[in-house]
Design a protein. Structure first.
Ligand code: ADP
Ligand code: MG
Length: 238
């Protein structure tokens, strides 16, 4: 059974419909990348999965359960934000544990989760630093760590690397691929970077004006794009 299912999702803001009847099944452990031009609905679709947006119609299922009416915190998925979303006045350790503490988790359990995530992300030596004492890559790892400590069923990334310089983007992309292998978790990743899409994805979903234009493995889309729009987005030569 698919881990994440979108069924007939529509989303309007006022009179403007930005997502049109999207159906999508994402398998357990699958890495799915959404690409498409600015404004095509990538973030809105991702936020519909996380519960930050409520669809105008349609259902969201996670692990087979209809969670359409669930709050974000009840869905067992975690959004990864850009690193500037860290709390500047808190240490790395406090940043990693903050969400869990707010959720009422006992301190010893929070400490265990934080230690484990810090180990996974090679942040153990940096736990007492503040974000301003970290490099851009280290800050981004803390941002990912805040999702990992929640041990989510799925990770949702919205252009997590877009404010990093080119070299760091490459390094973080490799780290995210490793993390996916290591955790085996379902990941949905929004990017406008063709290289990120081609190298990270098990499956790429190309969105255009709130609809799925084409989807397939990176190779399928590269070798056999349905049209010039898809070819342009995948960097295929035709
Ligand atoms: P993308 O992430 O692909 O750039 P978005 O999902 O952010 O696109 O936006 C899709 C469309 O929905 C855009 O036209 C955007 O202006 C509109 N939109 C997104 N959020 C809101 C909102 N809260 N209120 C009104 N319009 C919105
Ligand atoms: Mg967006």
């Amino acid at each position: 059974m698919a881990e994440l299912q979108l069924r007939g999702i529509n989303k309007s803001f006022g009179a403007v419909t930005v997502i049109h009847d999207v159906d999508l099944d994402i398998g357990d452990g699958e890495f799915v990348v959404f690409v498409g031009p600015s404004g095509c609905g990538k973030s809105t679709l991702l936020r519909t999965i996380s519960g930050l947006e409520e669809p105008s119609s349609g259902q969201v299922l996670i692990g087979g359960e209809d969670v359409t009416d669930f709050d974000p915190s009840e869905r067992g998925v975690a959004m990864v934000f850009q690193s500037y979303a860290l709390y500047p006045h808190m240490t790395v350790e406090q940043n990693l544990g903050f969400g869990l503490r707010m959720g009422g988790m006992p301190a010893d359990q929070v400490a265990q989760r934080v230690a484990s995530a810090a180990g996974t992300l090679e942040l153990t030596e940096l736990l007492q630093r503040k974000p301003r004492q970290l490099s851009g890559g280290q800050r981004q790892r803390v941002a990912i760590g805040r999702a990992i400590v929640r041990q989510p069923k799925a990770f949702l990334f919205d252009e997590p690397l877009s404010n990093l310089d080119a070299e760091l983007r490459v390094q973080m992309r490799i780290e995210i691929a490793k993390l996916h292998q290591q955790l085996g978790a379902t990941m949905v990743y929004v990017t406008h970077d063709q290289v990120e899409a081609m190298t990270l994805a098990d499956r790429i979903v190309v969105l255009r004006a709130g609809k799925i234009e084409q989807q397939g493995t990176p190779i399928e889309l590269y070798d056999d794009p349905d049209n010039l729009f898809v070819a342009g987005f995948i960097g295929s030569p035709r």
